[in-house]
Design a protein around this ligand. Structure first.
Ligand code: 3HC
Length: 698
């Protein structure tokens, strides 16, 4: 029988005694209004046709339903709501089979759980990832899944938000059968067999939840308390799953709805939804034609086998791309490879990869000593010492040896990419790829477009970032690019604040309470104080004088206290890791303040927050004005993935909009009056938006 349209996106047809409900809502078959309405009508239709014995729900395209339509959250969800649609399916008098391929996620899995049986292809995955959007499964997921898999697995799956592969889902009882061959045929056969065996509907709501001690939920909350600090959704999810064990089904559903509504109204969820779309938008470069051709990257090379170079090489190996690691001496190569192997062995010890994976990845990294050995690779990433002359020399050699069309990337974090490119006769092939340390772990890649970088090089590197498992954000050339430039503004103010009387541990606590994993001083101690010291000395030597120079950290470095690695820095470290405030340092700070003629005072946490974070926002505004970042979302993605900005605050620019740009602008005027305009001049864009009552996002 031909398909009858039930809505724009759902059709109904028949194959013998089986009614087929097909969803076709590209790209991911999200549960838009027309899908919900179509599902409702198609189920009604199937139930009303006397010679339809069972129904199969299947999706067109690459995937089963991947969840609610997140874009509808901002505009409001029209009728029918998802919960009654799923209720109608679950309480239907004829059995319904969900046929799953691709991913059944969020509302998609909830629809499948509303069906009476679930079959899937072997490659399918299922999950309830709402937590990543700051939500909980709001269409029965927290009530039905625990009835199938028990409290512990439901907690892990819904609080963790991960995808479960079909074989594991079958083991857990989420999927009834894994089917080979054509999914539609297999699902129809499965449904026919049900009918032949006289099997009818099997609503999950009728399953009595396992008996559990309610302390399971308290213990779970305890176990995630630190890691999920600041997020709302994980804790609401625990409450909602708990309701499945404490309340009858209908009341549990009502509790889920209540908690879902609270999350939906929260700024945390709005911020996380913003990140979901921003992470996808960031890959789309404004002005770069969609059909820009891509260069093929099948092999790569990394210059420099130090910590950074080694970490970058690991990214290639992790992605299955052969990479040559070049250094000047065998000794450096041996050392670098030794560290890489140790890293992999440690990951294997934690059970995250197998010993075979270790060997496979090591085999993809080939140590080489000569540039001649890398002449045929498709991309080279230079990660040598951060010095312009050395980098230029490397690029001169690359220009002389690499094949035409090879992408020549520099991992510089501070130097001018255009100047590096000028050492070659092919600046169009040169680009920055700024990895963050540790390069094998951190997700962020700041890709730096030079003045002459070719469009296809930009497009290729942006796409390649994803292949390496990174989030690539495109930025322009300037001192510090986006991330470090904004960080610099924050670092400066935090040092001033301490000089004026705030305690380092007070400043760090303000940051921690805001949601950063640690504050600037604990971070500086961890990174090593000597690094920043050298940079400052270089800047001073180069005549780049700061208007106000606070020297207390330099004094600490000069005492031989370089941070955690010397068991002492701004803090002391008795166990090598835990920062302990040190009275000796308090004395040095007081002394430096006195020498600078600064009278120390009590400083409020609010002043710390404003003086550290608002200059970042102001710098962000300048970055936008200058076109260094194309959109505020690029900045947000950089800060969330590279600098530990709390995801539930959506990134600095999103957060600034929540605070209100007028508030930030007014604070700028207040501080300008107190400290002078030098560091407190609002960026014209900040001023303009504040006066217009707008935000960075409109
Ligand atoms: N709603 C609206 N749009 C969605 C969407 C959704 N649920 N999921 C994906 N999209 C869009 C993306 O924004 C992207 O759009 P673009 O091409 O315009 O940028 C497009 O679909 C393709 O997405 P990806 O680039 O992410 O494609 P991948 O193939 O890499 O990944 C996926 C596919 C695994 C399905 C991934 O998109 C994904 O994880 N999606 C989100 C799943 C999710 O969170 N579901 C739960 C939603 S909340 C919910 O269901 C509430 C319920 O409990 C009531």
């Amino acid at each position: 029988m031909s398909d009858t349209a039930m809505s724009e996106t759902v059709s109904f047809s028949r194959q013998g005694t089986i009614g087929l409900i097909k969803v076709n809502n590209p790209p991911v078959n999200a549960l838009s209004q027309s899908v919900r309405a179509g599902l409702r009508d198609a189920v009604e239709r199937g139930l009303s046709e006397p010679d339809v014995a069972a129904l199969v729900l299947i999706c067109e395209g690459n995937t089963f339903i991947a969840g609610a339509d997140i874009r509808e959250f901002a505009t409001g969800l029209g009728e029918p709501a998802l919960v009654p649609v799923i209720d109608a399916m679950e309480t239907a008098a004829k059995p319904i089979v969900a046929a799953i391929h691709g991913t059944a996620l969020g509302g998609g899995l909830e629809v499948a759980l509303g069906c009476h049986y679930r079959v899937a292809v072997p490659t399918a995955r299922v999950g309830l990832p709402e937590v990543a959007l700051g939500l909980l499964p709001g269409a029965g997921g927290t009530q039905r899944l625990p009835r199938l898999v028990g409290a512990q697995v439901a907690l892990d799956m819904i609080v963790g938000g991960g995808h479960v592969p079909a074989p594991k889902a079958k083991e857990l009882g989420i999927i009834d059968d894994i089917v080979e061959g054509e999914l539609l045929d297999a699902a129809v056969t499965y449904a026919e067999k049900l009918i032949a065996e006289g099997k009818g509907p099997r609503p999950i709501r009728d399953i009595r939840p396992e008996q559990v001690s309610l302390s399971v939920f308290d213990d779970y909350e305890q176990s995630i308390a630190r890691k999920q600090r600041g997020f709302l959704a994980p804790f609401h999810i625990i409450k909602s799953i708990r309701a499945a064990f404490e309340l009858p089904f209908e009341q549990g559903m009502a509790r889920e709805q209540e908690l879902f509504a609270e999350l939906m109204a929260s700024t945390e969820s709005k911020a996380q939804q913003h990140i979901f779309f921003a992470e996808r938008e960031v890959a789309k470069v404004p002005g770069l034609p969609k059909d820009t051709p891509l260069r093929s990257i099948k092999t790569g090379a990394v210059i420099g086998a130090g910590t950074m170079g080694g970490g970058i090489a690991m990214n290639f190996a992790n992605a299955g791309i052969p990479v040559k690691l070049l250094d000047v001496s065998q000794e450096s190569l041996d050392k670098g490879l030794g560290i890489i192997r140790r890293n992999y062995e440690n990951t294997a010890k934690k059970g995250r990869i197998s010993q075979d994976d270790v060997e496979r990845r090591m085999a993809l990294i080939e140590p080489v000593l000569s540039y001649d050995d890398i002449k045929d690779v498709d991309i080279v990433i230079e990660a040598v010492f951060e010095n312009m002359e050395i980098k230029k020399e490397v690029f001169r050699t690359l220009d002389a040896t690499c094949k035409p069309g090879a992408i020549l990337a520099t991992n510089t974090s501070t130097l001018n990419v255009d100047e590096i490119a000028s050492a070659t006769n092919r600046p169009e092939d040169v680009i920055g790829m700024h990895f963050f340390s540790p390069a094998n772990v951190m997700r962020l890649l700041e890709n730096v477009r030079g003045e002459r970088t070719a469009n296809d090089v930009i497009a290729t590197v942006m796409k390649f970032s994803k292949s390496l498992g990174k989030v690539g954000a495109l930025v322009g050339v300037c001192d510090g690019f986006v991330g470090n430039r904004m960080l610099h503004a924050r670092t400066r103010e935090s040092a001033f604040l301490v000089e004026e009387g705030a305690r380092p541990e007070q400043v760090d606590k303000v940051f921690y309470d805001f949601g950063f994993p640690m504050g600037p001083f604990a971070m500086a101690d961890m990174a090593g104080l000597d690094v920043g010291y050298k940079v400052r000395q270089e800047r001073r030597k180069a005549g780049k004088k700061e208007k106000r120079d606070s020297v207390w950290i330099d004094r600490i470095v000069e005492m031989g206290r370089h941070g955690q690695k010397t068991h002492a820095g701004i803090y002391k470290y008795e166990d090598g890791r835990t920062p302990i405030p040190d009275p000796e340092i308090a004395g040095i700070i007081a002394q430096c303040a006195k020498e600078a003629g600064i009278e120390q005072r009590e400083i409020s946490d609010q002043e710390i927050l404003e003086r550290c974070l608002y200059p970042m926002i102001n710098e962000g505004a300048k970055i936008l004005e200058e076109g260094i970042a194309a959109r505020p979302l690029d900045i947000d993605i950089i800060w969330i993935n590279g600098y530990g900005f709390p995801a539930y605050k959506g990134g600095p620019m999103f957060w600034a909009d929540q605070i209100g740009l007028k508030t930030i602008y007014d604070a700028y005027l207040k501080y300008a009056e107190k400290f002078g305009e030098h560091y407190w001049k609002p960026a014209p864009l900040l001023e303009k938006l504040a006066k217009e009552g707008k935000g960075f996002y409109g």
